[in-house]
Design a protein around this ligand. Structure first.
Ligand code: ZN
Length: 296
C-alpha cells in the first residue's frame, strides 16, 4: 500500500498544526469567512407502478411471480436492479456511543431512517478534473471516517468523466453497467453546478429507491460535488486540510443519509464552524443509518 504517502501526509499535517499554532500566536482576530455547505435535500426516484410499457410484451406472468419495482430514468421506466448475492453485513454494526442532534434526509412512514444496504458495498467513482493535490487524500480520509462511523463499506471504483448534475440519472448502463450508478464525487464550480454558487463549498445527497421486489427503500446513486475554488482557498490556511476534510465528511454524511441540524456543535450544522470532526449526534445518526435492514 502507500505507507510513504501516508507518512508524508502525516508529516504535512504536523507541519500544518505547527503553522496553525504559529498563526494563532501572530495573527489574532484573523477572520474566517463562513462557508456554507448544503444538502441536496430529498431527491425522489419515482417508482412507477406496473411498468405500462412492458404490459403487452408477455412479461405479465413473470411480473406476477416476482413483482418488480421500476424507477424513472431519463423519462423511461427501468426495472430496479436486483442486488448482488450477499452473505450478510460487510462490516460489524457500529453501536452509537454518543447522543446528540441528528436528522435523516429520508425516512420511512414510521420515522426510521433510509440508508444504504449494509450488506453491499457502496461504490464510488471520482471525477478528478481540477482536483487539488491533496484531493485524493481528502476523499480517502473522508471515506474512512464515514465508513468507520456508519459500518457501511465504501469502496473506490475508479475514475469517471461524468459531470455532476442535480438531475443525475440513477442508472447509466453505458457508463456503469446495469446496476445503480455508483456515488459520484466531483470537483466542480458554480459554472457547472449552480448549486455551488456563493459560499457553498459542497453539495451531497442520494436517491431513495425501492427494493427490486417493491419491498423496502434504500439509498442509491449518491453524488457529491465540491467547489474546487472554495476548497483551494481553504487549503492555504494553516488548518485548511482539516477544514476541507470536514466539508468532504459533511457531504459524504449527506450521501449516507444525514440532513442538517440546528446544533452548531455538530458537523451537520449547515455552516462550517470550529468543529472539524464528527460530533456526538453525527456519530449517532451515522451509526443508526448503518443499521438499516439488508435487501433480501
Ligand atoms: Zn450540508
Amino acid at each position: 500500500m502507500s505507507h510513504p504517502r501516508r507518512e508524508h501526509r502525516r508529516s504535512r499535517r504536523l507541519l500544518r498544526q505547527m503553522d496553525r499554532a504559529a498563526a494563532r500566536a501572530t495573527a489574532p482576530g484573523r477572520r474566517e469567512v463562513p462557508r456554507a455547505v448544503v444538502g441536496l435535500g430529498v431527491v425522489v426516484a419515482l417508482a412507477v407502478g406496473g411498468g405500462a410499457a412492458l404490459r403487452s410484451t408477455g412479461w405479465e406472468l413473470a411480473d406476477l411471480a416476482h413483482p418488480r419495482a421500476y424507477v424513472e430514468v431519463d423519462g423511461r421506466a427501468v426495472a430496479v436492479p436486483r442486488p448482488d448475492a450477499s452473505d450478510g453485513r460487510l462490516l460489524p454494526v457500529v453501536e452509537a456511543a454518543t447522543t446528540g442532534s441528528y436528522v435523516f434526509l429520508h425516512t420511512l412512514d414510521d420515522g426510521s431512517p433510509v440508508g444504504y444496504d449494509p450488506c453491499r458495498p457502496v461504490r464510488y467513482v471520482v471525477r478528478p478534473d481540477g482536483m487539488p493535490s491533496v484531493g485524493q487524500a481528502l476523499v480517502d480520509d473522508a471515506v474512512a471516517i464515514v465508513s468507520a462511523a456508519s459500518g457501511i463499506m465504501i469502496v473506490a471504483a475508479g475514475t469517471t468523466d461524468e459531470a455532476p448534475a442535480m438531475d443525475r440519472a440513477i442508472i447509466q448502463p453505458d457508463r456503469y453497467g446495469d446496476g445503480w450508478a455508483p456515488v459520484l464525487i466531483a470537483w466542480s464550480d458554480e459554472g457547472e453546478l449552480p448549486e455551488l454558487a456563493g459560499a457553498v463549498a459542497g453539495v451531497g445527497g442520494s436517491a431513495a429507491v425501492p427494493g427490486a421486489d417493491r419491498t423496502g427503500t434504500w439509498l442509491a446513486a449518491g453524488r457529491l460535488a465540491l467547489d474546487t475554488a472554495d476548497l483551494n482557498a481553504m487549503l492555504v490556511r494553516a488548518d485548511g486540510y482539516q477544514q476541507a476534510r470536514a466539508i468532504v465528511v459533511h457531504e459524504l454524511a449527506h450521501v449516507l443519509g444525514l440532513d442538517h441540524v440546528a446544533d452548531p456543535d455538530e458537523l451537520m450544522h449547515p455552516i462550517t464552524s470550529t468543529r472539524t470532526d464528527l460530533g456526538p449526534g453525527d456519530l449517532q445518526g451515522l451509526a443508526l443509518l448503518g443499521q438499516v435492514a439488508c435487501e433480501e
